[in-house]
Design a protein around this ligand. Structure first.
Ligand code: ZN
Length: 280
């Protein structure tokens, strides 16, 4: 329980009032979201209920997972929910495998159903709060989600398209141990007031070097098409949360070592991590 952050609605940890938000975090391009502390009538303490958005390849699973451990909330990825449901027995599993085998998309209803069940099961176990990863993906999902629960904040992780493409093209998997690597050296020069971005490759150990394989769908054409489709569906979604004052745009300044501390800073969690490591 020590790692669980109880967020009182009046918690100063999440107060944006006393510090200038945009002046401090130049990579955050939207105004401070009133994501916590806005609804004063809520007296019950609970943990954060956040959503992570971001293009395929931006690394949102990594950041969502790290933040979940830091805050002591479950990291709920829809991909995992579908995989778990497929692996379980029962009528839903059968229905899902038919959909997946036919190459169809799993419907919003099924996804929302899986998510609600997951949230209910978590609540029964005493879980509080969550970070959603890969959900909502469509406007319809966002609307249904809004009926089911409150979302405090939507973090939209962003990288320039050329970086995303290079990152995806650099992905490699070892066909012996199954580990994933990335051979891309990202070094984008800053221009027009935008800072440059550099990311070190994640190189494999010598024993994996000769066994690297590339995913068949990691071609430039496919990656660009994937990004285009993502942008088309996510734009109304971003607009929806922006209009509610819940969207925080975050331009990743580089790889995890550069981005993680800046993200914590933007979320006003930089002090929190220090306290956690001091207490550990
Ligand atoms: Zn290997």
């Amino acid at each position: 329980m020590a790692r669980v952050l109880r967020v009182a609605r009046s918690s100063s940890l999440f107060s944006f009032g006393s510090r200038s938000y945009s002046a401090e975090a130049s990579h955050v391009s939207s105004p401070p979201p009133p994501f916590l502390g806005a609804r004063r009538d809520v007296t019950k303490e609970r943990n954060v209920q956040w959503v992570f958005l971001g293009c395929p390849g931006v690394g949102k699973g990594t950041y969502a997972s790290r933040l979940s451990s830091l805050l002591g909330v479950p990291h709920i990825a829809t991909g995992d929910l579908v995989r778990d449901a497929l692996a379980s027995s029962g009528p839903l599993s059968q229905q899902l495998s038919e959909i997946v085998n036919q190459g169809k998309l799993v419907s919003d209803e099924i996804i929302v159903n899986l998510l609600s069940k997951r949230l209910e099961a978590g609540e029964a176990k005493g879980e509080s709060g969550f970070i959603l990863d890969g959900f909502p993906r469509t406007m319809r999902q966002a609307e249904i989600l809004g009926d089911v629960t409150d979302i405090d904040l939507v973090v939209n992780l962003k990288l320039p398209e050329e970086v995303l493409v290079d990152k995806c093209l650099g992905r490699r998997t070892c066909n012996q141990c199954g580990k994933g690597f990335n051979i891309a050296h990202i070094n984008l020069k800053g221009e027009n007031g935008k800072p440059g971005i550099s990311m070190d490759p994640l190189l494999p150990p010598p024993q994996c070097m000769s066994k690297l394989i590339t995913r068949a769908d990691d071609t430039e054409e496919v990656v660009k098409a994937r990004l285009r489709i993502y942008n088309e569906t996510s734009q109304p979604l971003e607009e929806y949360y922006r209009s509610k004052g819940k969207l925080m745009e975050f331009d990743l300044p580089g790889g995890i070592p550069e981005s993680w501390p800046r993200l914590l800073e933007a979320l006003r969690l930089d002090d929190y991590e220090e306290k956690q490591s001091a207490a550990a």
